[in-house]
Design a protein around this ligand. Sequence first.
Ligand code: NAD
Length: 424
Amino acid sequence: MSTLAAPVSHLRENPFEVAREQLAQVADVFNLDANLVNVLGQCKKAVEVSVPTRRDNGSVSVFHGFRVTHNIARGPSKGGIRYHPDVTLDEVKALAMWMTWKCALMGIPFGGAKGGIVCNPKELSRDELERMTRRYTSEIINEIGPERDIPAPDVGTDANVMAWIFDTYSMNKGHSVLGVVTGKPITIGGSLGREEATARGALYCLREALRQQQRGFDGLTVAVQGFGNVGSYLARFLTQNGASVVAVSDSSGGLHNSSGIDIAAATAHKQETGALQGFRGADSITNEELLLVDCEVLAPCALEQVVTGENADKMKARIICEGANGPLTPAADEILEERGVLILPDILANAGGVVVSYFEWVQGLQEYFWKEDEVNAKLNDIVTRAFTQTWELSEHRSISMRMAAYGLAVQRVAEATTTRGLYP
Ligand code: NAD
């Protein structure tokens, strides 16, 4: 048996401490009751499990897994499952807290949760991934469920992983339980539009921000970090809408072309070779260089804490659209705010995924499925409403978009918590 050693992490600061500090700042600005802040600053439940998994060569690896529920005052908890070597309990707790705020900001009836397994999915065969996923699901089976806690995809997981979770849970219950997980393949109860939803939501959010500046996507130059679910669809939608994507990257490195990258060709290259590296239509750059390229909009769509106190003052972008969760450290946030850069915060900019996950859950419970146009139109309504509310509060109180978004969200959760009362 082997237990996997943790590699050097991408995390520079403890993300849960960052999330708690954000909450403290919001409480200060919006004058929240200290008792409530104490409640909201902790996660309701954190489960840690070991996931012994038979490898193809007959050996057994023991992976570490987590599932955390931050808060359920507004409904069952909702949040993705991450497969990545750097996953830690505190990262999962931070991501769970951000999910609570995100669902509240969007006005959908969920609390926040997150899960993860410390593993490198790229080093596992499909069979190994399936065995690990099914064992992890069994270990957390009493925590999840359509009325309780509903997982979804995140970094390193996809519709196939969701299908195995759905199947494992359903086999144990003795019948298909569509509402237990979202981001499922369409053939087994997934929602049309879910796969693209996070990027579509980011696109709508950016469209609204540009509208405030009396401009559109035409000719807009954008750099996109991360070329997975969020980054690749966002790059595609941006070019389809007339923007010029001048830089993209994945974990293998970045590409730059000041005249714009042919995103369809880069996507085909990635599908063929497994990485962006080696694509001929652009120059190679590093992920660090990508953040600093000459562009109007930067969309970090990979991992947390990529923009820091060290690189924030060198960035050229005037708008940051946070496709990823927590891509800016607090120091970077402060520098960029001072420089007047417009930051579209994670809980607003990347909420499209959880909104369409909500639609998938509703469709699954009703066993009645909607057309893709209907899904996209309802997504547009919700994201545009949240953007407008956040923008107006930000103008009215002269605070950043992040403070306005978090303020709206935390106050909604605080109100629900107060209305329900403290049990017993
Ligand atoms: P994914 O696994 O599909 O893609 C992640 C991408 O990031 C890959 O292209 C990977 O190569 C790249 N990457 C990894 N390490 C990198 C590094 N150090 N530098 C540059 N690129 C790197 O994951 P995803 O679902 O697209 O999620 C990306 C981000 O968006 C995460 O922060 C996630 O929490 C957030 N998010 C995802 C969803 C969703 O619906 N999938 C919803 C909301 C937020």
